[in-house]
Design a protein around this ligand. Structure first.
Ligand code: PAF
Length: 276
């Protein structure tokens, strides 16, 4: 696997590819686990070149969030990516992505108003800006994004339509531990006790799926979910929304997504499940 640290080096590699070479891309912030690697594996055999980026993007962290202590492990990440079949790792530093004088931001309206957009004010503008920049550098045919960050998928999808970005998004299912906890780079912060309580999230989401299939109302199912989540969580939200708009205005037989975010100990976890 080749590692490029600069945009110039990456572009020199990219422009050396034959024009019909297809490129798949997985953007990450590193601290890679099976969830990330499932993105690389989903591209394997379907594109000619697989590119991953590892960049802990400062602009998507709000003050007081875990930017400083966000786990970083270039050596481990590079080994895992190579073993999963990645061809090229783009690993820029801050001055490469945000050089002095940087003054631009991509701001997506509407779909960012609530949920993660409300609780993490800097988040989506930071994500949209860095993903737009990465797409401009990597120029992939397909980019993978995880279903676990469902609102991020909706925001980036909206940005790509609005800015006429050419890549296609491939959404990758959430990878879970055997007991159902959604994999996350932040799970390492959980104490054993909090980790056990965290299993109530998946239980609540699965129950929501069954309850909707049984014909229960959105209001009742939301209450059922909230009743299952461990009281040790400080819940930011636990709702049922339209997955494209992240609004609670849903059409009678339209798509539904159950979403959860909450903090246990000092760890904030999010998860979701497609209800229909
Ligand atoms: O989902 C993530 O890991 C990040 O938000 C992303 C898409 C790599 C942008 O920094």
């Amino acid at each position: 696997m080749i590692i490029h640290h600069t945009i110039e080096d990456f572009r020199a590699w990219r422009s050396g590819l034959e024009s019909k070479t297809s490129v798949g891309f997985t953007p990450t912030m590193g601290a890679l686990h099976e969830g990330h690697l499932s993105h690389i594996r989903s591209l394997y055999g379907h594109v000619d070149q697989i590119v991953a980026s590892v960049y802990v993007n400062p602009s998507q962290f709000s003050p007081g969030e875990d930017f400083e202590k966000y786990p970083r492990d270039l050596e481990g990440d590079a080994r895992k990516l190579q073993n999963a079949g990645c061809n090229v790792l783009f690993y820029p530093n801050d001055s490469e992505m945000y050089p002095s004088g940087f003054s631009t931001a991509v701001s997506v309206q509407g779909v960012t108003d609530r949920y993660e957009g409300f609780f993490r004010p800097a988040y989506f503008q930071g994500v949209a800006t860095i993903v737009c920049k990465l797409l401009n550098v990597v120029d992939p045919d397909v980019m993978t994004l995880g279903q676990k960050d469902a609102q991020q998928v909706a925001v980036i999808q909206r940005m790509m339509i609005d800015l006429n970005l050419r890549s296609r998004i491939q959404v990758i299912e959430t990878v879970r531990e055997e007991d159902g906890l959604a994999m996350s780079s932040r799970n390492v912060y959980l104490s054993p006790g909090d980790r056990r309580e965290a299993l109530t999230i998946h239980h609540a989401l699965l129950t929501a799926k069954v309850s909707i299939a049984e014909g229960r109302s959105i209001h009742d199912v939301t209450e059922i979910m909230r009743g299952i989540i461990s009281s040790k969580f400080k819940i930011d939200y636990c709702d049922i929304v339209n997955p494209a708009t992240f609004s609670t205005h849903v059409s009678p037989n339209g798509p539904l997504l159950a979403i959860f975010a909450g903090t246990i100990g000092s760890t904030r976890l999010i998860d979701n499940i497609v209800l229909r």
